[in-house]
Design a protein around this ligand. Structure first.
Ligand SMILES: NC(=O)C1=CN([C@@H]2O[C@H](COP(=O)(O)OP(=O)(O)OC[C@H]3O[C@@H](n4cnc5c(N)ncnc54)[C@H](O)[C@@H]3O)[C@@H](O)[C@H]2O)C=CC1
Length: 485
């Protein structure tokens, strides 16, 4: 099977597709060709209200079901996603431009993993008994209510599931607003959940840009907001949510360090640096874009990196042998090109790529700058594209200080064959998601998220349950009440 790129309607609310053509038109562009492949409309206030009221109405009953019952629905949805992986991957490729060689293995697959994992966990959610010496207490893990998920454009299916699965497992409803750049795949997630038996209203998808996101974040009936996006948007959303004391999860940007010591296995270090910079054409929040390479291995590293980059197959993302696709939007390509120009202007040494690939799609060559200095713009700001900055270092203590000298704290990686040193250095990294002799793995069993300006809270793993539920404590007195009056 293959999905139509044009969805049945723009939104999915209360168990079914919903259209309101009064909303602003959003054209969906296939990044590999620049062709318009679908048209949707931003949610009007009426659509936002319908999404919130249906979520609110459905959530109460959902929360009364046993975890096992809720989990069963999520696990069924995971199975359906896996059965339709090819069609979902194709749609994700149309939406994002990421090559099929990635989407077939990472996007719907990772979404299904989250549904399966939290589906399995749902039945195990319990409170605690607390012995108070005669009296006693217990705790109950309760749902928060109506949760809002707001997504970025790089992993639309995955983000829709990483937020939806723990929310639903805990007994919440979820209203998901995809990025206006990639609106298609979340609708399929909603369709599949309903097919798997999810009652209407519990997973709604509405389209739109920042204004629709802001309308959701400020609605008094919304109890929690989980955003995946940039730091500037995170600041706005966090502030807006604070006004009514909503719970938040913030998965924001980064400028993560990858430290390569000269005793590292060269092939693995080069492979790690490639995964840390060029997967999804560099549009990955956790990318290790500041690659600190110890002097002794530097020339060998750069030589082997260039050799391996020259074998990247760039082109039609639907061709399953292609492994490097376009940027997701024309706008993002312009941003990345301006950073490449800045790198040249600041005197970094361009050792690979650096140019647009002419044609209708939004392609850029994988790009590497060497001799980058810590204060250069390309070493300080998140580029969100295929641009690696290689920085030199000699001393362990020095590189730790430099790696941590950033407002971000999403990820960090270390390559070394000295495991004692590896753990010592990783232990000192100010980052939420770290990698030792690896980079960018994101299994659902591991927490994912950042420290410092890169975020608040964690997605995935058992810890996500803490962010989609709250604890009620109940004190039980076994004797008489002693009061002063
Ligand atoms: N830490 C993580 O897990 C990840 C973080 N990211 C980060 O996302 C960014 C790239 O994604 P973009 O879509 O360009 O980010 P963005 O910040 O421009 O937009 C993110 C989402 O927020 C919405 N939005 C914008 N203004 C809003 C407002 N005032 N109120 C509510 N919602 C609003 C947008 O419509 C979009 O859905 C990068 O900084 C990247 O590092 C991306 C993927 C994963």
């Amino acid at each position: 099977m293959a999905y139509n790129t044009q969805p049945t309607a723009s939104h999915f609310v209360n168990g079914t597709y919903l259209e309101d053509t009064d909303g602003e038109l959003i054209e969906v562009v296939y990044p590999a060709t620049g062709a318009v492949i679908a048209r949707v409309h931003a949610a009007t206030p009426a659509v936002v209200a319908a999404a919130i009221s249906s979520a609110k109405a459905a959530q109460k009953e959902w929360a009364t079901k046993s975890g096992t019952e809720r989990g069963r629905v999520l696990r069924r949805a995971a199975d359906i996603m896996r059965e339709r992986n090819h069609a979902l991957s194709q749609l994700e490729t149309y939406d994002t431009g990421k090559p099929m060689s990635e989407t077939l293995y990472v996007d719907a697959t990772s979404g299904a993993d989250a549904l399966e994992y939290f589906g399995g966990l749902a039945g195990a959610l319990t409170g605690e008994h607390v012995n108070l010496g005669g009296d006693w207490g217990y705790t109950v893990r309760e749902a928060l209510g109506v949760c809002v998920g707001i997504g970025a454009w790089n992993y639309p299916t995955q983000i829709a599931c990483w937020k939806g699965a723990p929310a639903l497992a805990c007994g919440n409803a979820m209203i998901f607003k995809p990025s206006e750049t990639t609106p298609l795949c979340a609708l399929k997630v909603a369709e599949i959940l309903v097919e798997a038996g999810l009652p209407a209203g519990l997973y709604n998808v509405i389209q739109g840009a920042g204004a629709v996101g802001a309308a959701l974040v400020t609605d008094p009936d919304v109890d929690k907001v989980s955003l995946t996006g940039s730091v500037p948007t995170g600041r706005k959303v966090y502030a807006a949510a604070a006004d009514s004391m909503k719970h938040v999860t913030m998965e924001l940007g980064g400028k993560s360090p990858l430290i390569i010591f000269d005793d590292a296995d060269l092939e693995n270090a080069v492979g790690g640096a490639i995964l840390a910079n060029f997967y999804s054409s560099g549009q990955v929040c956790s990318n290790g874009t500041r690659v600190f390479v110890q002097k002794g291995i530097k020339e060998a590293f750069l030589k082997r990196l260039a050799e391996r980059l020259a074998t990247a197959k760039i082109g039609d993302p639907m061709d399953e042998t292609v492994n490097f696709g376009p940027m997701t939007s024309q706008h993002q390509r312009e941003i990345v090109m301006s950073y490449i120009a800045k790198g040249k202007e600041e005197g970094a040494r361009l050792v690979f790529g650096g140019a647009k690939i002419e044609g209708d799609g939004f392609f850029i060559q994988p790009t590497v700058f060497a001799d980058v200095k810590d204060d250069m713009v390309i070493a300080r700001e998140e580029i969100f594209g295929p641009v690696m900055a290689v920085l030199d270092f000699e001393d362990e203590e020095d590189v730790i200080a430099r790696a941590n000298d950033t407002e971000f704290g999403l990820s960090a990686g270390v390559f070394t064959s000295d495991l004692t040193r590896g753990h010592r250095v990783i232990g000192l990294m100010e980052a939420g998601s770290c990698f030792l002799n690896s980079y960018n793995d994101a299994p659902v069993e591991m927490p994912f998220g950042g420290s410092k300006m890169s975020g608040v809270g964690r997605e995935n793993a058992k810890v996500a349950i803490e962010h989609y539920s709250q604890v009620k404590s109940v004190y039980v007195r076994m004797g008489d009440v002693e009061s002063p009056f």
